[in-house]
Design a protein around this ligand. Structure first.
Ligand SMILES: [Zn+2]
Length: 89
């Protein structure tokens, strides 16, 4: 199975980045928008996942990419919180 590792990292760090964002925290749509915007600005990194070996390998990359992922997530949260992509707030 091929997976974009950035998706995993973005998911992993999302909750920390939105913890002060009352609306986004309770809004699935905004959370998905934040993830989509952040992922669009991050270079994808595809990994082949195999049972057992996945997480050991991913931990190696985790620190390397954490600051990029956090930076893009924070930018995306700013964008979405200024202008949510939906009307029904
Ligand atoms: Zn929303």
């Amino acid at each position: 199975m091929v997976k974009n590792y950035m998706e995993i990292l973005v998911e992993e760090h999302l909750s920390g980045v939105i913890k002060d964002q009352e609306h986004i925290q309770s809004c699935k749509k905004c959370q998905e928008d934040v993830q989509a915007i952040a992922l669009s600005n991050l270079k994808p990194m595809y990994v082949v996942t195999e049972k057992g070996s996945l997480y050991a390998k991913l931990n190696e990359f985790s620190l390397q990419f954490k600051s990029d992922v956090l930076r893009e997530l924070i930018r995306a949260v700013e964008k979405v919180s200024e202008k949510p992509q939906h009307e029904d707030l």
